[in-house]
Structures are given as C-alpha cells and as structure tokens.
Write a protein that binds this ligand. Structure first.
Ligand code: ZN
Ligand code: ZN
Length: 356
C-alpha cells in the first residue's frame, strides 16, 4: 500500500468527520491505525484532525513510525492516552470522536482533557469495508499462500497423524510460503469433532473412514486469507456424499447470489434455502460469511436479515456448513471479491469432494 493511498484514506476519514460534525477522531484499534497511517507497531494512538493526523507511540517505535508513516509522530514516554489528553486542549478542538470499544479507564483519562467526547462507531470500519485494487491483490496473495499450504500438506493427512500435528504442519508451511503468521488459530477437526464449528485441534489421531475439516488462513503484509475444505479419509458413505453435495450446492447458490447492490442477508438466504430443500437448515448454525481484510472478521456480516448492501470491492467469505452431533461437520469456504455484476473467487483450491 502506497503513502498516497494512506493519505487518500485519511482524507476520506476527514470528510466523514465533517459529515458527523466532529473536529477530530481518536483512532485506537491497531487495524484502524494501520489502515489510516501505515504504522504497524503494537502501541499507538492516532488523532485524525480536519487536514492532518498525529501518531502517538513510544520510544521503541520512533524509527519504525518515521519509516512507515507520513503522519506527524509524537513520542510519549508514559501512557499514550495521558499524552493525548495533555495535547488535546491545546488544539482548540470542539468535538472529538472516539471508538466506543475503548476501555472505560481509557475513556476517563481522555475525559480529563475536557474535550467534548462523542462516540463514533464504525467510522473507519465503514471505509475499510470496500477494498482498493491494491488491497484485493494483497488478499489474493494471502489466499494463494493458504491454498498452496493446504494442498502441500494434504499428503500428510493420514490415519494416525494427530490433529495438532497436522495443524502445526499447515502453519509451518504457510510461514515458509511467506506468511507472517496464521490469520487465526488453524482448525483441524476430524470425525465427529467437526460437529464443533470452531474446534481447536486436539491430540486425537485422524482415522480412516472419517471426515476431516480444515479451516485456515495466512496473514501476509497485514491482510488475511480464510478458507475451509472438508475432505474424507477413505471411502465415504452415502450420507457423507449427500450432505457434502448439499453444502456445495448451498455454497454455489450463495456465490451465485453475490453482486453489487444485493443485501448481505440475501446471500445468506440463498445458502439457507438450498439447505432447507435438503432438510438441513437446522444444522447450519452460523452466518454464511463475513468481510475480511486487515482483520479476519470485518463488516459486513453475511448473516440472516443483514441489510448491508454489497458493493464492488468488498472482500467476503462464503462458508455455509452443516453440523450434526453424531455425524460431524462439513463446511466449504472461499474468499471472494464482490464485483458490479457478480464476484471473483479468490481461492484457487477446488472444492469437488476429495477423498484421500
Ligand atoms: Zn475460515
Ligand atoms: Zn471465515
């Protein structure tokens, strides 16, 4: 991402501030700070004003801040929030927007500055929802690494190998392929354990004639990939084949429903309608997908009844699944980029039923 793009983003944020009649915005979430300034250090606050922005960080990051960001940098030796609270009154600001997720203690420290504080919820997140072409390319690269690591590790998925071992191999492979780290804890769940949609890998060994669900994502240059595949070790029975076909049909229906202008809820509904026709709607216990970018879960949420309209440039996952206690779980997840008349699937890994 170029400095020109960061500068454009700050200008877009400033324009929103004016709309909300705010004179400034205190940005506190690391992803929002990175989005607006380019700075990736772990301890920072950013104050966006009408036409400028000031980045507060500590002496450990003095050099890094100057290298990564064109924003004015102020180095604070104590708590950053105290430094901001001391600095604010001299700016003659009227109303300052803040992130309502700020901890209460931080809010109290800020209040001492005597600036009028207004909660500004989701302002930067709203900007982050639609990605630039450069961001879509970064997400494509993260997904490319994810797919390559998955395909490279499939031959290791044999009976006797534990879920944690396989997860460690997947993580290792992603790093070797250029990931900074996994974007979230890799899920490897075999057999009935896959009935838990967010299972952590355990010491359980993979067994033949069991399904295997893998949900993983690489983080590269700050951007996340997210992919799920469910494969079968051995020869699947009729029930697995039937359920797999139903989930795949639902996933394709959801992908087919995506284009600029439709609501996020309509995409979820397309998947749910297919699963209902297979009498599996009760087994689909989560939303159909989510936005992703600098964070693994971003807006929009492709949940039931969500009325956010999709826009070209959004990056979202499409991941219907069915979970049955005595059977296990099947989920198929791709990352896609919304376009004007449809979407582009960024995940290269095939999703026809795979037996190994
Ligand atoms: Zn996932
Ligand atoms: Zn996901």
């Amino acid at each position: 991402v170029t400095q020109a793009e960061y500068s454009q983003r700050r200008a877009a944020a400033s324009a929103l501030l004016a709309e909300d009649r705010l004179d400034g915005l205190l940005v506190s979430s690391p992803a929002n700070i990175r989005y607006l300034s380019g700075f990736t250090g772990s301890n920072a606050l950013l104050v966006v004003l009408g036409d400028s922005a000031v980045l507060f960080t500590d002496p450990r990051y003095e050099l890094q801040a100057a290298q990564q960001s064109e924003c004015a940098v102020r180095i604070a030796r104590g708590a950053l929030l105290e430094a901001v609270a001391k600095w604010l009154p001299r700016r003659g600001l009227g109303r300052l927007g803040f992130d309502p997720r700020l901890p209460y203690a931080a809010f109290l420290a800020l209040k001492r500055s005597r600036v009028r504080l207004k909660p500004a919820e989701g302002l930067v997140e709203g900007l982050r929802m639609v990605k630039s072409p450069a961001e879509i390319e970064l997400i494509r690269r993260a997904i490319g690494i994810t797919s390559q690591a998955f395909e490279g590790c499939l031959r290791l998925a044999r009976p006797g190998v534990s879920e944690v071992d396989l997860a460690a191999e997947l993580d290792h492979r992603m790093r070797r392929l250029g990931a900074e780290r996994p974007a979230f804890e890799t899920i490897v769940a075999s057999g009935r354990r896959a009935a838990l949609p967010h299972a952590s890998p355990t010491a359980k060994a993979l067994a033949s004639n069991e399904l295997l669900l893998i949900d993983m994502g690489a983080l590269r240059d700050g951007y996340c990939g997210d992919m799920t595949r469910t494969v079968f070790l051995g020869r699947p029975g009729a029930r697995f084949r039937r359920h797999y076909a139903a989930v795949l049909e639902a996933q394709l229906a959801a992908i087919g429903a995506i284009r600029e202008g439709v609501t996020a809820g309509a995409v979820d509904r397309a998947a749910r309608r297919v699963l209902k026709s297979h009498r599996l709607e009760g087994a689909f216990v989560h939303a159909c997908g989510h936005g992703l970018g600098l964070e693994i879960h971003e807006t929009p949420r492709l949940g039931r009844g969500d009325r956010t309209r999709l826009r070209a440039g959004m990056a979202i996952t499409v991941e219907p699944g069915v979970y049955l206690q005595e059977f296990g779980g099947i989920r198929i997840e791709d990352t896609v980029a919304v376009t004007r008349d449809g979407c582009e699937i960024l995940t290269p890994t095939p999703k026809e039923l795979l037996t190994i």
